[in-house]
Design a protein around this ligand. Structure first.
Ligand SMILES: NC(=O)c1ccc[n+]([C@@H]2O[C@H](COP(=O)([O-])OP(=O)(O)OC[C@H]3O[C@@H](n4cnc5c(N)ncnc54)[C@H](OP(=O)(O)O)[C@@H]3O)[C@@H](O)[C@H]2O)c1
Length: 331
């Protein structure tokens, strides 16, 4: 049963014929990404499932067999910049249009020490922020050519955390080289970065027909956190029944992403933050969510900070020299 104040996408949007349209969903084999994908395929779209485990994507996609649209799974490990580039090459060799990109994948990488990718980036930030940044920037040409088109970036209420402890982007050490590592703080920073990237990109893309949004999906009963090992599994097994009345099905948690991709109104608010209702807001006045709503955290609305983040990401992923792909991206 759904919570009382769950926000649901307009049935008119969920009945639109998406035949001929192409979408990319990252992390499409699980939870929120899987339900988002399933609905788009149901409406006739072709969805490219960007999954780091192709076999997991293929296994889930078996359930799409009777749906109107189509899908393909292309491998993409967002924590590996070469894998993202390989994904882009594969996508562009097969497709010339892209109607929507949903940057959905994310994870908390548990542990008391920062884990590093082979590119030397902190793993949580790399998977959620750098990988999606590189993917998005390298797809802007196709998105512009396919306009009107949309980009959704999945964040979380955690981006604002609590009024007593807000996360901020520590530009002196975004890569956790000198700070004492905290997995939850790292995750919070990635979610603040998601809101800021959508804001910056929305401004940068004004007039192109490509619009952006950041998203809080809700408290999804997904596989989120399952990578945390045996202890986390036990904790989740205990917590799940206790939190059931406050949390959301994966379908309910996909509603905000679907609204962002399909509603006629979402493009009127490019760069904004869209949120499912959620008891997880520590700023209690936000608990009803909003499509869109103002983040309670002023730093999440700071365009200068957003531009600094983009400059950092461009350098970290090696995009500063690729002028054909990052036109307008600050050095
Ligand atoms: N669950 C919640 O309550 C909640 C609340 C707020 C925000 N969110 C956000 O919602 C989004 C979807 O999460 P979910 O709840 O649906 O969790 P989920 O079921 O764990 O799905 C996460 C997806 O991200 C993928 N992923 C993780 N690291 C990746 C990488 N390096 N490269 C490619 N894919 C990667 C996972 O792939 P594997 O299956 O291979 O691990 C999985 O497909 C995430 O961004 C999460 O932060 C979730």
């Amino acid at each position: 049963m759904a919570r009382k104040n769950t926000k649901w996408a307009d049935p008119v949007d969920l009945a639109k014929d998406l035949s001929g349209k192409v979408y990319i969903v990252t992390g499409a084999n699980s939870g929120v990404g899987l339900e988002t994908t399933r609905q788009l395929v149901k409406q006739g779209a072709h969805v490219v499932m960007a999954c780091r485990r192709v076999e997991a994507g293929e296994a889930e996609a078996v359930s799409f067999a009777d749906l109107h649209g189509s899908h393909e799974v292309i491998r993409c490990d967002l924590a590996d910049l070469q894998s993202v580039r390989d994904f882009i090459d594969a996508f562009k060799s097969r497709h010339t249009r892209l109607d929507g990109l949903m940057c959905n994948a994310g994870a908390v990488i548990m542990g008391s020490e920062a884990k590093r990718t082979k590119d030397g980036l902190e793993m949580t930030m790399a998977a959620s922020v750098h990988g999606h940044f590189l993917m998005t920037e390298l797809l802007l040409d196709v998105l512009k050519a396919s306009a009107p088109s949309r980009i959704g970036i999945v964040s979380s209420v955690v981006h604002a955390n609590s009024p007593k402890k807000r996360y901020d982007l520590n530009f002196e050490d975004l890569n956790w080289e000198t700070r004492k590592y905290s997995a939850f703080d790292a995750y919070g920073e990635t979610k603040l970065a998601a809101v800021l990237y959508a804001l910056e990109l929305g401004k940068r893309l004004e007039g192109t027909g490509v619009t952006t949004a950041s998203i809080h999906p809700g408290w999804a009963r997904s596989n989120f956190g399952s990578g945390g090992g045996f202890f986390t599994h036990i904790l989740m097994a205990i917590a799940r029944p206790l939190t059931r009345s406050m949390s959301d099905s994966n379908w309910a948690s996909a509603q905000t992403s679907l609204h962002v991709l399909l509603s006629d109104d979402a493009p009127n608010h490019s760069g904004a933050y869209f949120s499912q209702s959620s008891v997880l807001y520590r700023d209690r006045e936000c608990r009803d969510g909003g499509w869109p709503m103002e983040s309670p955290y002023p730093n999440a609305r700071d365009l200068n900070k957003a531009r600094r983040l983009v400059a950092h990401c461009a350098e970290a992923v090696g995009l500063t020299n690729e002028t054909e792909n990052n036109q307008g991206c600050p050095p």
